[in-house]
Design a protein around this ligand. Sequence first.
Ligand SMILES: NC(=O)c1ccc[n+]([C@@H]2O[C@H](COP(=O)([O-])OP(=O)(O)OC[C@H]3O[C@@H](n4cnc5c(N)ncnc54)[C@H](OP(=O)(O)O)[C@@H]3O)[C@@H](O)[C@H]2O)c1
Length: 259
Amino acid sequence: MAQTALITGASSGIGAAFARALARRGDHLILVARSEDKLEALAESLRGEQAVTVTVIAADLSLPGCGVRLAAELAGRGLAVDVLINNAGFGSAGAFAQQDPARDAEMIGLNVTAVVDLAHAFLPAMLERRRGGIINVASVAGFQPLPQMAIYAATKAFVLSFSEALWAETRARGVRVTALCPGPVDTPFFEATGTPELRKAVPEGFMMTAEEVAAEALSALAAGRPVVVPGVGNKLLSVVPRLLPRRWMTLASGKAMAR
Ligand SMILES: NC(=O)c1ccc[n+]([C@@H]2O[C@H](COP(=O)([O-])OP(=O)(O)OC[C@H]3O[C@@H](n4cnc5c(N)ncnc54)[C@H](OP(=O)(O)O)[C@@H]3O)[C@@H](O)[C@H]2O)c1
């Protein structure tokens, strides 16, 4: 049976890859981001390729109350959400004391508050139907503190912890929850951090495509896995912080980030 998936941050990168993968399997889509023109262009090409309905909603999800507003808009259009993909997010790099407090608040609003708001908005109906799924996009940065990306890593640690708890709460009630924890993915993410040179620091062989990452996440959701870390090197990065002293790991990753 065709499902309806809501994808945040669908205007580029991993979100657009999710949209293409879900359209290929016949899911109807609700695409959300700020760039309406990019969403419309993607929707147009997907409608041309697949027999799916694609709804575009332009919204700034870093603003308070976004989940309530989005849920009201979709209810008004008679649309239910079977799969929620909380993908929209951004990071910024540099020492915490030099960051713009307003930009940090925007990041927490988008990466954390919107994820919680949208889960509040759509999870209860999934539980009632005893059917549905949520993919929350975290990061390998969520497995440990990351000096020079302190707020970003903390937001992703929140997403990871929140998702695992939701997975445990909902797994016997017909709803699946998976945290996707990618390492570096070839998207405009690096430019959005304000330090595009971060891209050059990615070790050879570590960069994955958005398509690879989205496909692994969808398989993990279908298998009911709480967490998926695409790529062998990234899996290692997610395990090492659990084996070594946290203080040591934090200092070592701070040195690596400062390079
Ligand atoms: N690329 C990586 O290396 C990497 C690694 C680990 C995790 N991630 C995570 O993967 C997710 C997707 O990132 P990406 O790599 O695909 O980067 P991206 O290409 O920059 O995509 C970010 C998406 O978020 C949307 N967005 C940004 N601010 C928004 C706002 N205020 N309201 C609504 N939508 C907003 C952007 O669209 P608009 O600008 O049109 O709003 C865009 O569609 C993020 O959560 C990121 O933290 C990425």
